[in-house]
Design a protein around this ligand. Sequence first.
Ligand code: NDP
Length: 401
Amino acid sequence: MSRVLVIGAGGVGSVAVHKMAMSPEIFSSITLASRRKAKCDAIALSVKQRIGVTIATAELDADDVAATTALIKQAQPKLVVNLALPYQDLAIMEACLAAGVHYMDTANYEPRDEAKFEYSWQWAYQERFKAAGLMALLGSGFDPGVTSVFTGYTAKHLLDRIDTLDILDCNGGDHGHAFATNFNPEINIREVTAPSRHWQDGAWVEGPPLAHKQSFDFEAVGPKNMYLMYHEELESLAKFYPEIKRIRFWMTFGDAYLKHLEVLSNVGMTRIDPVMFEGREIIPLQFLKALLPEPASLGPTTRGKTNIGTIATGLKDGVQKTVYVLNICDHEEAYAETGNQAISYTTGVPAMIGAALILTGQWQGAGVFNMEQLDPDPFMDMLNRHGLPWQVKTLDAPLAF
Ligand code: NDP
């Protein structure tokens, strides 16, 4: 029985808190804090109506380390689950150290003024968390998160040696809008407009954004175009699995999404540097975010499924083998259960699981950890029991591209 403080009342925070409330034997007391208390209260009402559990709410600017430390001391959680934005990661880690509690998130720290997608800033906290006897768990969402655990499971149970790894992220959902992003628009657009990068023979290979396309037939979705991209889990997978020769990340995008993105980029709306507008500075991407639908509002209209998994080729008992570990998630079922679409669901459920494993002591350690450093088995077991069942397929041959 343990107390938890969740920071961030977006789509992911909403799913995580609903799922935590369904396991009161693990999460004895839940506090949800965010920039706007009204958003926390709306989620608390939904949790009360759907599950019958009362959660506490609070208003918090998590960029303010002193305010966050004070709230932690007042709420007395064993763990802080950061589901705000990547900009808040370091401030919340500082507050956890100041208050003496464990830390967890789903996305690596990002400076506001440059899109970096790297772990260096958070890995730099290793000695401080270790000295304090506290755990900081990084990236307990789907990707990073479940895909990292799928890789750990593949290395532990399915292959003796992994030579190549491909992460395939397909959202076959349709939300009915001409253009919307299914998680935070600012972070999403920073991610997809960045140069592509993959790991090959011990070095990064860079290319232009969204230039390398392949078609892939996804179970339960059908054939989709997917694009080679950089994604943050590549960095930690390359670090913790040095034997893997090639690691790539692919994400599907529809033609209409890409057309809108191209136009928005061409006119400068995706820029993250300040520009002067009517006598004051604005960041074009932040202005664009204000115009786009909130990801949490897409739930009622989104139909279709997500299919996200890892394809690894390597050796098993001396013979080459290719294994595909994947999860399929239905947008409408996710919405019916928690009031949020599958992108928030596939991130919020793993956030709940990572938190549960820390609180129950099944995952423990002092220092900063990425998901693939921990035993995949209890996590894989909970995925099956909490709404994200997975399957393993053996493919006849490695990917042909
Ligand atoms: P949203 O934008 O919907 O939610 C973010 C929430 O954090 C909002 O409620 C926002 O408040 C709040 N917030 C922002 N700044 C602050 C602050 N300074 N102090 C307190 N609260 C703040 O995003 P999502 O729910 O879609 O995503 C949440 C996180 O999950 C992001 O970091 C995202 O990158 C990550 N993610 C990870 C994935 C994975 O697979 N690993 C996949 C998808 C998302 P307000 O409502 O007032 O703006």
